[in-house]
Design a protein around this ligand. Structure first.
Ligand code: FNR
Length: 214
């Protein structure tokens, strides 16, 4: 359950208490999802995609957007000791307080942006107590190109093998040709993508529930 007093939560969206995230099983708790967009750009498509997910959050789920990516220093094992840099502590604290992850990644040179990989590296250590351990993650991404971040997401999946983070399988949320999918206000206008995000968030909640119940 989410601890109070966390930092870095930029946009928490609570809907009504959860009874219907898994249609056949009543769940008595809210699923808390840590969300981050791997772009620092003000007008980022991935930030807009994350905003769409926040808008489409199913009942019983809260999405907590982490906005401290640019404050996290480059990973340095010499600094990875108590007390860690404050932005790293904020990241790990927020991750630890959440049940699931939602990552909107750009694709940079067929991979994920350095700032995102850097945050994952910090969060992954020490491995035995990493807040990534045992979490469920939903990936998505938007790019201006034709492939919609498929290669970046593949790399992210590979990273999460080592952190023992379970990534939802297909269908993948790949928003290609992003400028055609958002309206002038930056709202995701593509109905197919919106429906997919809605369904995938629902599935994320179900997986969190199932893995917790084991
Ligand atoms: C890109 N872009 C890009 N697109 C793609 O489909 N495959 C790629 O490998 C790359 N590589 C790449 C490298 C670098 C350094 C930059 C800056 C850009 C284009 C990229 O998808 C586009 O700029 C997106 O708009 C970036 O995401 P945000 O910032 O809009 O969220």
């Amino acid at each position: 359950m989410l601890s109070r007093g966390r930092t870095g939560c930029h946009a928490c969206h609570e809907l009504r208490p959860n009874e219907d995230i898994v249609s056949d099983v009543a769940i008595s708790y809210t699923v808390h999802v840590f969300a981050v967009a791997g772009s620092l750009r003000k007008d980022s498509w991935n930030m807009k995609l994350l905003r769409a997910a926040i808008e489409l959050v199913p009942p019983g789920m809260m999405i907590h957007q982490f906005d401290g990516l640019s404050d996290i220093p480059p990973y340095n094992a010499d600094l990875d000791v108590d007390p860690r840099p404050e932005p790293v502590r904020a990241l790990k604290q927020m991750l630890a307080a959440c049940d699931g992850l939602l990552i909107a990644t750009p694709e940079y040179n067929y991979g994920i942006p350095g700032v995102l990989k850097n945050a994952i590296d910090w969060a992954s250590r020490p491995a035995a107590t990493s807040p990534l351990l045992g979490k469920v993650a939903l990936l998505m991404g938007a790019s201006t190109g034709m492939v919609g971040t498929a290669r970046a997401q593949q790399q992210l999946r590979q990273n999460f093998v080592f952190t023992r983070t379970t990534v939802l399988p297909t269908p993948e949320i790949l928003v290609a040709k992003a400028p055609e999918k958002f309206d002038a206000e930056g709202r995701l206008a593509d109905e197919t993508a919106r429906e997919l995000i809605k369904e995938r968030l629902q599935t994320l909640g179900e997986w969190v529930y199932k893995l917790r119940a084991r």
